[in-house]
Ligand binder design. Sequence first.
Ligand SMILES: Nc1nc2c(ncn2[C@@H]2O[C@H](COP(=O)(O)OP(=O)(O)OP(=O)(O)O)[C@@H](O)[C@H]2O)c(=O)[nH]1
Length: 319
Amino acid sequence: MKKIAVYVLNGFLGSGKTTVLLKMIEQYKQENKKVAVILNELGTVNVETHLFKDQQLIELLNGCICCTIQDDLHETLKALVVQHEKETIDVLLIEGTGVAHPLEIAEVFAFEDLEAVFEIESIIGIVDASHFLDYLSIFSSSKEIRTLLREQVRHSSIILLNKIDCVDDKQFLKIRKKVDSLINDRVPVMTATYGDIHLEEIRKKRFGRIESLPSTSSHPHHHLGSHHGTIKMVKIEYGQMVDKRILTTWLNNLPKEVIRAKGLIQFTGDSHLTHVQFADKLVRYTAMDINDERKPMFVFIGKDISKEMFQDFPHRIGV
Ligand SMILES: Nc1nc2c(ncn2[C@@H]2O[C@H](COP(=O)(O)OP(=O)(O)OP(=O)(O)O)[C@@H](O)[C@H]2O)c(=O)[nH]1
C-alpha cells in the first residue's frame, strides 16, 4: 500500500499557515490527488471552516495536538488509516495551532501502527517576515513566546518566509540572517507572499523520512511542558450588528497581550457576514457568502488573556 505523504504546517499565530494550506490544497486538487486535512485550533471553535468548501476537513479543537490532545491526533490518524484502506489518500496536510511545537506533532507518527502508513515529507515552518524580529525582541514578547518562535524555526525541515510583500530588502536580509542562525544549512529557506509556493519546489526540498528531520533524534519523546501554557483563547458570541468603523478602532486598540483575533461579524446594513482577521497588528475584512448562516463570533488569542478583558466587547462596538 502506498504511504500517505504528510506535510506539517507550523508557524506562529497569524504567520500564514491557513493561507499556505489553501494554496497547497488547490494545487493538489489540480493534480487530482486525494487530500485529507487536519486542522487544529486552541479553542472550541474554528472560525474559518468556510474557507474549506468541498474539502475533507478534520477539526481537532480545544487543545494542541502537540501536547494536550496528542491522543486525539493519534486516534484521528488511526481512522485515516482505515479510510486509506478503502480509498487511497495521497496527502495529509496538518495545520498546527500557532503555538504548536512541530516535533511533538511529528513524534505521534513514530508509533508503529502509523509509521507503516504515513511518511512525513516535511515540516514546513512558516515565518511571518513582517513580525518575526519584532516578536523575538525582548521589548515586545515574553520569554515563553521568544523560545517558542525559535523552537518552531529550529525544528522545521523547510522554512517558508511568508509576507515578503511587507518587508524591504534591508529588513529581509536581517530576518534571513536571524533565521539562518537558528537552522542548519541542510534546511532550505523559501520565500512567499500570501503563501504562493509551488508544490514542485516543496517536493524537491523535502527531507523524506522522519528520522532525518533536523534534531528529531535528539528529542526522543521529550515534552517541552509549558512551552505555550499561558497562551489562551477566548471566544465571544455576538448577536448584534456592528459598526465597521468602531470595530476597526476597537481592534486597533486591543491590549498588546492580544496577538491574534479572528471572527465572523455582521456589519450594519449588510445581509452577509464578514470574516474579520486581526494578525500582525493589522485588521483585514473579507465579505462572506450570503448563504453562510453561522452565528457571529469572535476569538482572541494571546498571552494570559481572560474573558473578563473582553466583557465590554458588545457594548463598545454594538450600534
Ligand atoms: N500582507 C500579507 N498578508 C498575508 C500574507 N499571508 C497571509 N496574510 C494574511 O495574514 C492573516 C493571517 O493569515 P493566516 O493564513 O490566517 O495565518 P495563520 O498562521 O493560519 O493564523 P492562525 O489562525 O493564528 O494560526 C490573514 O489575514 C492573511 O490574509 C502575506 O504574504 N502578505
